[in-house]
Design a protein around this ligand. Structure first.
Ligand SMILES: [Zn+2]
Ligand SMILES: [Zn+2]
Length: 434
């Protein structure tokens, strides 16, 4: 039997009306209670195992002594396993002078530090992840999760949190292909070892950048770094070089994904990280710890519980601002900020309305040749729907938005910022309006 045109039209109209009637996000309450707690953690930093300038125990101790609940050591293309000897006082690599070895002995004990002459040169053995876990982990208090920054070509760096073996980066043709193949390899690793993984695309605005269209082109990925504390990462973009800010990248990605019916189940979530490499602060531009982290609302301090919470969206990125709760009730989106005395907070509710023109214009140079850069879209993508200095900050969802997210900027300048003029900020995850 064939349906008549008029019957199809009637059904289509009914479906449209039904959609209009239920255009509201599901209720949610991301807040402590019902056995859930906020946990503070960081998933991206480096040690002497790759290109960081501190022994891993220095990094781990830094986070433990600064109130973090969990960390993931994410060195480039390596796990902290097996024997790795690091040269002391090596002229062409000055990251481990004898003074640092002496400082380690003083801090962690003479027996802790293992130094040997190897091939006639003094070397120190780097502590393995197991040794770090044995020394620093405390049940329900501090968790050290294995991980890796899968560092492929073309500035494609992807964090894989809770890995079991080294994931070797895969070479591919384009940036999109490199992203896709490495994401697939990471996902396969999770299946193979039957472990949940948190996977995030790192610093899209570092080096040659990753564009919004390239990120949209890959399936499955749900997290990226909206904030990376590395001094060389252009979180705010660089108009002179056609680099789009990470905030705007997020809105473009969300709009393109949610505007495409096939992808409505995949919002892009964001994290904030340190990407610390420099553990002995020497001034602005260095990549020090403490700049960006995530707060996760989870049942327990285990990798499984934390990662499942992140995948539910019960996580927010921050560079200093903290939330008590993020709620959606009967179409009202509210964010309760854990306010500090004498500090004010400006909250923007940001979103893209349904039906917005999603066409992007490629960027061209003066000769009319296309440049590899995020396309130029309408200002209506990621428009500020409402701004308030109230706490809680409240926005009434109309139903005509594809998604709404909140960004809260405090009046407090960040100490030792990645860039001068950075105010403490936090972001909620986007709420998709079906
Ligand atoms: Zn990186
Ligand atoms: Zn890194």
């Amino acid at each position: 039997m064939f349906w008549s045109d008029s019957r199809v039209r009637t059904l289509a109209l009914a479906a449209l009306l039904l959609c209009a009637a239920v255009s509201a996000p599901a209720d949610m309450a991301v807040e402590e209670g019902n056995g859930k707690h906020w946990f503070k953690g960081v998933t991206h930093f480096h040690t002497l195992w790759s290109d960081g300038d501190a022994a891993p125990e220095v990094a781990v101790q830094w986070y433990q002594s600064h109130g973090y609940d969990f960390i993931c050591v994410s060195d480039h293309n390596i796990l902290q396993t097996g024997e790795k000897w690091f040269p002391i006082d090596k002229p062409e690599d000055k990251r481990l002078p004898m003074e640092k070895v002496e400082a380690l002995r003083k801090e962690f004990g003479q027996d802790w530090v293992v130094v040997e002459q190897r091939d006639g040169k003094p070397m120190m053995r780097l502590k393995t992840l197991t040794e770090l876990q044995e020394r620093f982990q405390q049940p329900d208090k501090f968790l050290v999760i294995p991980g890796e920054e899968v560092t492929a070509e073309k500035a494609v760096h992807i964090n894989a949190v809770n890995t079991r073996e080294v994931i070797v980066p895969i070479k591919a043709g384009t940036v999109s292909e490199t992203l896709q193949k490495n994401l697939d390899a990471i996902e396969a690793h999770g299946h193979e070892h039957n472990v949940p993984l948190l996977v995030h695309i790192n610093h899209p605005n570092w080096s040659s950048t990753i564009t919004a269209e390239e990120i949209v082109s890959v399936g499955g990925e749900r997290f990226f770094e909206v904030y990376n504390g590395h001094g060389g990462v252009r979180n705010w973009g660089d108009p002179a070089k056609h680099i789009t800010s990470t905030d705007r990248l997020w809105d473009i990605i969300l709009s393109l994904r949610l505007g495409n019916a096939a992808d409505t189940t995949k919002p892009m979530y964001a994290v904030a990280t340190d990407d610390a490499h420099n553990w002995f602060y020497q001034g602005p531009g260095e990549s020090i710890p403490g700049r960006g982290w995530i707060m996760v609302l989870a049942e327990s301090l285990t990798a499984e519980s934390l990662i499942e919470a992140c995948k539910r969206g019960d996580v927010y990125p921050t560079s200093g601002v903290l939330f008590d709760s993020i709620r959606v009730e009967n179409g009202t989106f509210s964010v309760a900020i854990k306010a500090e005395e004498g500090v004010t907070y400006t909250t923007q509710f940001i979103g893209t309305r349904k039906g917005t023109d999603l066409h992007g214009e490629p960027v061209k140079d003066e000769n009319g040749n296309e440049i590899r850069a995020t396309h130029v879209y309408s200002d209506q993508l990621g428009t500020v729907l409402h701004e308030t200095s109230d706490n809680p900050a409240v926005y009434t969802i109309n139903g005509d938005e594809m998604y709404v997210r909140a960004k809260v900027v405090s009046s407090k300048l960040k100490k030792n910022p990645f860039r001068e003029g950075d105010y403490e900020t936090a972001w909620t995850q986007p709420v998709a309006v079906k």
